[in-house]
Design a protein around this ligand. Structure first.
Ligand code: 13P
Ligand code: SF4
Length: 308
């Protein structure tokens, strides 16, 4: 993609400020192409953990992702270009509710999806992402696990690790975008039209769609599968931003959304205008109280340690 004038200015400022751009796969293509690193939540955590020689981390994603980068980099400034880039799922598990659940189920490990706020992560034994949730639960080697907040990710983990009793908190936690993608009616129509295609579902998708899928993958897993697979057509059960990336990287393959218009409004709060302004002002900064950060850091670092 040829850069426009605004993108060129952003690149200049990025160099001037010695900034690192960490970009999630759901960002708009104009921002994707400016990334120093682009990936899924796990890849972004790993990148954030090894930042050394940068003065500023600019996170193009949503609140919980930027908070995680700030927790892993207490001595660095992390900015999120929009105050409104907030994942609704991350707000579905209030810390008070998690504490109550811990009281009702004392002594069992707490595995929290990274799509939670820092305060909740501070109450977790370990975090997980869509890429490693099953692996983390398996490696804890516990008969019972308190797990939250995504009930569809819990469905996926239960299928992968059936011996572990997953107690899910809150009831019905979900991603509205993946819920919108639905149970697979449109995907089945596409499968009929393209019988040789691969159907992918993100673990945040509804159980019915997961059951129909050939592969259940994180967004990073989808990027890898697109490289490895010999298929020509893919029906993609996740947010549209990832499909833009896949089309750019594989112009010879066909990527069809499992449902049209599955757009994450929170991710789309970041655009070139507020990205430019955030660099000029080095704001808005993401700050996490060190008391909370130090406990949340333990849970995130344990995830990175356990994750292959
Ligand atoms: P990934 O970690 O698979 O990119 O998922 C993040 C997310 O928020 C999906 O909705
Ligand atoms: Fe949150 Fe869903 Fe958007 Fe992911 S796609 S950031 S889970 S609202």
């Amino acid at each position: 993609m040829k850069l426009n004038e605004q993108q060129k200015k952003i690149v200049e400022l990025k160099e001037e400020k010695n900034a690192l751009f960490l970009v999630h796969n759901y960002q708009i293509p104009e921002i994707q192409v400016l990334a120093d690193y682009m990936g899924d939540s796990l890849g972004l955590c790993r990148e954030a953990q090894k930042v050394e020689d940068k003065d500023l981390i600019v996170f193009c994603g949503v609140d919980f992702m930027a908070e995680t980068a700030a927790i892993l980099n207490p001595d660095k400034k992390v900015i999120l270009p929009s105050h409104q880039a907030c994942c609704p799922m991350a707000a579905m598990l209030p810390t008070s509710q998690l504490k109550k659940a811990k009281k009702n189920h004392p002594g069992i490990p707490v595995v929290l999806y990274v799509n939670t706020l820092a305060e909740a992560k501070a109450e977790a034994t370990v975090t997980c992402t869509s890429a490693n949730a099953a692996e983390i639960v398996r490696k804890l080697d516990s008969e019972e696990v308190l797990f939250g907040p995504d009930s569809n990710l819990a469905y996926y983990v239960r299928n992968q690790v059936p011996d572990v009793n997953l107690i899910v908190v809150p009831e019905g936690g979900h991603c509205n975008v993946h819920r919108f993608i639905g149970k697979g009616e449109e995907a089945l129509e596409l499968k009929k039209k393209y019988p040789e295609s691969e159907l992918w579902a993100h673990p945040e998708c509804e159980p019915e769609l997961q059951d129909l899928a050939d592969y259940i993958l994180s967004t990073g897993g989808m990027v890898r599968r697109a490289r490895e697979s010999d298929a020509e057509t893919f029906i993609v059960g996740t947010e549209v931003g990832l499909i833009e990336r896949l089309k750019r990287e594989h112009p010879d393959k066909r990527f069809l959304p499992a449902k049209e218009h599955a757009v994450c409004a929170a991710m789309k709060r970041i655009g070139l205008d507020n990205l430019y302004l955030s660099l000029v002002n080095a704001a808005p900064e993401v700050r996490v109280d060190e008391d909370i950060a130090s406990r949340a850091r333990d849970a995130i670092e344990l995830m990175l340690e356990l994750s292959s």
